[in-house]
Design a protein around this ligand. Structure first.
Ligand SMILES: C[S@@+](CC[C@H](N)C(=O)[O-])C[C@H]1O[C@@H](n2cnc3c(N)ncnc32)[C@H](O)[C@@H]1O
Length: 237
């Protein structure tokens, strides 16, 4: 890949750099927001597939997905689009995401620009996002979908969250670069905020993350990863 290039003042503040024009990279954490042009497929394999949402979303009356790391909202948009194609009247999806360093609308638009098939959905999300206040927000994004973004450090955010999720998307930066997003305390809180029978999925197969999830109480499995990643991790409560 070409060497990363910096852009706006807000991006500089966040340590955000653009690689090959449109791939967001965090210089603060030394990692990418998603894996190159493959991010959209990876989301479907790791998070939608890894939580068995193809089946579970069809059955659900009221389903809650929680995510660590909202980033550009790519995972939300993929999930929302998927959900719109399979849902039946009367079903509800609540998507809740914990994010410490919210990106501004221009950066999100740029990062998502490589997926024209998501443009309609990203424009709709950015309508809300561009008007957001500093703090946490909840939007009724369509008649059967809500999006809540809780701004702040994930451990305190999840600890003080009053709900439980049916499925978790664990999507911090790589564990070696962002250990706070995979700590024992946070994985315990994720478990405590998971309904019985609920699940998690993550792209990483790092041994210490798996152990933190097992010690928290999850039944954990290493399964086939996406693309160049041989393995990823899924589990259930
Ligand atoms: C790999 S990116 C997430 C990508 C995102 N899911 C998407 O669809 O674009 C990791 C995210 O975790 C956030 N993050 C890192 N450390 C955090 C922390 N301690 N608490 C909350 N968010 C954190 C980063 O700001 C970044 O947005």
């Amino acid at each position: 890949m070409d060497s990363p290039t910096k852009t706006s003042a807000n991006e500089e503040h966040l340590g955000l750099i653009w690689e090959n024009e449109n791939i967001p990279y965090s210089a603060t954490y030394g990692d990418y927001y998603f894996s190159g042009n493959d991010g959209s497929d990876e989301c479907r394999h790791v998070f939608i597939g890894g939580n068995n949402l193809e089946e579970r979303l069809r059955e659900a009356k009221n389903f809650t997905i929680a995510e660590l790391g909202f980033g550009t909202g790519l995972n939300f948009l993929e999930t929302w689009k998927y959900w719109q194609n399979i849902r039946k009247p009367g079903q509800m999806l609540n998507f809740v995401s914990f994010e410490r360093h919210p990106l501004d609308s221009a950066s999100i638009r740029r990062g998502l620009g490589q997926w024209p098939e998501l443009k309609q959905h990203s424009d709709a999300m950015l309508e809300y996002w561009s008007k957001r206040d500093e703090g946490s927000q909840t939007w009724q994004i369509d008649e059967q979908t809500s999006l809540r973004v809780l701004i702040g450090e994930a451990t305190s955010g999840v600890n003080s969250w009053s709900k439980q999720a049916d499925a978790w998307f664990l999507d911090g930066f790589s564990p070696s670069k962002n250990p706070q997003m995979w700590s024992e305390e946070l994985m315990q809180s994720v478990y405590d905020h998971t309904r019985v029978g609920g699940t998690f999925a993550t792209y990483t197969s790092a041994g210490w993350v798996r152990r933190n999830l097992e010690n928290a109480g999850f039944t954990v499995c290493r399964v086939q990863g996406h693309g160049k990643k041989r393995h990823m991790t899924v589990g259930s409560r």
